[in-house]
Design a protein around this ligand. Structure first.
Ligand SMILES: [Ca+2]
Length: 320
């Protein structure tokens, strides 16, 4: 059993990632969700965290509210991709639950100290909360077991030609995380998430499976598919954050290489992750594993196996 804290900005792909994590009851213990400004503002993402937990029937999981702004900059959000509410504009009823009183950064620091070396951090939004925890507690990096990040890209961004959204939102925070010295960091960025594409057949399958979770995923991805079409004239959508959870469930899904990663914070390439493969740049000391690609078939088999058991075999019939 892996103990994880998901640091998240839900977000359509965040929502699906959280549902997948909660469906793997034997493999993942989700200790809490910590929220961060990202796809939409902090109040919206925090409300969305509760909505997702409601859908999953997991109102026992605490939600800690984190950073409302990046460390040093101000950015616009991503409503064009995720809807005005950040969750596909379904006009769902709001949960009556409230976030815990403790701030997300203080919670992260406290929780990993109490359970030293046993907790994996799973940031699937901008890295603001994690960077603040590093700055606030010198022991923090030593208490964390592992950090598995959705963000960055070795080859090509999605906000600019070089920057991926989460790193672009808060490049200073991303830089701090890579320089911090965690025992184990894995950066799963666009080089791998591009491989996990929800096509029209699979999305239709979710509708036909007809459970609250499958219909929810079908419905929230409507706006997301529209965003991909408007942006790049592509049909379907990329399940970025979901790949990170799938990787925790089966490490074979993502191919990685050892690298030294730094993050550009200024100029034309701000928010870009600069990846030095250590087998080429021998003077650079490895500070993470970088994902180079994903096994799409294995990803979707894992996705359906946990979330919608019995349907993983049907996936094989469709041209994933
Ligand atoms: Ca996210």
């Amino acid at each position: 059993m892996q103990k994880i804290i998901i640091d998240t900005d839900p977000g359509i792909d965040d929502a699906i990632a959280i549902l997948l994590a909660l469906s793997a009851k034997q493999e993942l213990e989700v200790l809490a969700l910590t929220t961060v400004n990202g796809n939409v503002g902090l109040d919206k993402v925090t409300k969305n965290a509760f909505r997702i937990l409601e859908i999953a029937g997991r109102n026992d999981i605490p939600v800690y509210k984190g950073s409302a702004e990046p460390l040093v900059r101000v950015h616009e959000h991503c409503e064009a991709f995720h809807g005005d509410d950040g969750l596909g504009n379904l006009r769902m009823a709001e949960s009556q639950r409230m976030p815990e009183e403790e701030d997300a950064v203080d919670y992260l620091i406290r929780k990993v100290r109490e359970d030293k070396g046993n907790i994996t951090l799973v940031p699937i939004g901008p890295l603001t909360n994690i960077a603040k925890a590093i700055q606030k507690d010198p022991e923090f990096i030593h208490n964390v077991k592992e950090v598995v990040i959705m963000g960055g890209a070795e080859n090509g961004g999605n906000m600019t030609p070089h920057a991926e959204f989460n790193f672009w939102m808060d490049p200073e925070a991303a830089k701090i995380v890579f320089q911090a010295g965690f025992k184990k960091v894995t950066m799963i960025g666009l080089d791998a998430t591009r491989d996990v594409w929800l096509n029209s057949d699979l999305r239709e399958l979710l509708w036909q499976i007809n459970t609250p979770a499958s219909r929810f995923i079908h419905q929230i991805t409507r706006v997301y598919v529209d965003g991909h079409w408007n942006y790049a004239k592509e049909i379907g959508c990329e399940l970025c954050d979901v790949l990170i959870i799938a990787y925790l469930l089966n490490r074979e899904i993502v191919k990685t290489k050892e690298a030294f990663v730094d993050v550009e914070t200024e100029g034309l390439c701000q928010g870009a992750s600069v990846v030095y493969p250590t087998f080429i740049y021998k003077d650079k000391k490895k500070n993470c594993l970088v994902a180079t690609g994903a096994d799409k078939k294995l990803f979707f088999e894992t996705f359906f196996h946990y979330l919608f058991p019995g349907y993983e075999d049907i996936v094989k019939q469709y041209n994933v």
